[in-house]
Design a protein around this ligand. Sequence first.
Ligand SMILES: Cc1cc2nc3c(=O)[nH]c(=O)nc-3n(C[C@H](O)[C@H](O)[C@H](O)COP(=O)(O)OP(=O)(O)OC[C@H]3O[C@@H](n4cnc5c(N)ncnc54)[C@H](O)[C@@H]3O)c2cc1C
Length: 416
Amino acid sequence: MTLAHHQAIVIGAGVAGLSTALYLQRGGMDTAVIDPLPPAGGSSFGNAGLLSPDTAVPIALPGMLRKVPGWLTDPLGPLSVRPSYFPRAFPWLMEWIKAGRLDRVMTISDAMRALHKDSLQCWQELLGAELYRDLIRPAGQVQVWEGDADTANAAVEQKVRDRHGIKTEALTADDLRQMFPGISRDVTRGLLVPGNGFTVSPARSVRTLGELFLHEGGELINERALKLLPQADGGWMVMTNIANRFTPHVVIATGAWSRQLLDPLNVKVALETERGYHAMLFEPEVKPALPISNKTRAFGVTPMEDGLRVAGTVEIAGLDAPPNEGRATALVEHARRMFPRLSGAKVRTWMGFRPSTPDSLPILGPVVRHPGLHLAFGHGHFGMTGGPPSGRIVARMILGQTLPIDPKPYAATRFA
Ligand SMILES: Cc1cc2nc3c(=O)[nH]c(=O)nc-3n(C[C@H](O)[C@H](O)[C@H](O)COP(=O)(O)OP(=O)(O)OC[C@H]3O[C@@H](n4cnc5c(N)ncnc54)[C@H](O)[C@@H]3O)c2cc1C
């Protein structure tokens, strides 16, 4: 049995945990990260890699209630809820629908913008100039539409961009064909968001954060945290599968699994997992230079160092149900419709657990009732974007430093 002390312990070695840990270690705190998996073994492994400082549109938008029957009846639709899981997800879904009211969308977008706008700057700060150049492409993202019809909330999305002065450039069908040779004629128009970017490898980016953390004196501990126990001296004991570890500051950054550590402490948060899928096409016949989000079909493709990643879809089915690999296969079909030359011959399918709150904002900062307990999870669709700036905020809170933005919109108490 190990009895060990650290000035701070971060639980979870995804993008949120490692960003927090690296900022803490650099702030002078002897920090350990606990995770049974090497980085990146969670959602941070297989996401679409979009880094989106200029994205401030939450996932819940007006008109969601009308869509509920479709979610329950189409298992391969862009958003599906497994009927057997519906009763468990119901309270979260209700909060999610409420978060989609227009006035809330605008307030939420303010907080998303405040957090996301420094994303690339934080990635650069964490990785350093050379590794940033190697891993990150601040080159823009493109959204495309098929046919003439707008997607339901196009006007709301434009309103959000106008509110924050986010610059975009409209693209015609001809522009798109020049930018992306081989794109289907079904794709009729697009929008370039030049302030956004992407990583050529989410897994390597997060693994690199882990390597830097180790190199700078942090400790990565391959254990599973089972329970957090407050100590009489004000600190915490992290009881793992093989050790007892002590610290004054513990950060829960266990993504979609975070409620498992919070429930025994009677700390309630609105966290659900929106499961997502990817199909990784190795040796693709077509590789666009920029990520393309197809807004009509609700999926995206991202050029990565090992191929073309097709990602998307939301499945509400909890943490335990087996994957529905048909959802990943459907993504390949979507990609082949957008780029008919793609064969999709060499493909890996993957499922990950987005850690999602109803309002698309993460949960960051201290738990008032439990001194020394801090939260850094709930980034949903935007963890690669929001993880590094969130790590900066949580680390600065623990280090007692000035915060770059007002942390109130991300407080756990908003669910009380
Ligand atoms: C298909 C898909 C596409 C996406 N695309 C994008 C995108 O383009 N851009 C973007 O910004 N975001 C995207 N996301 C979201 C992003 O991947 C997540 O928000 C982000 O990875 C969450 O990071 P995290 O560190 O909170 O959690 P994770 O990466 O899931 O890490 C949590 C870690 O906690 C560990 N853990 C769990 N329980 C314990 C325990 N008891 N003890 C110790 N360790 C534990 C796990 O092993 C895991 O390593 C996408 C997600 C999916 C699924």
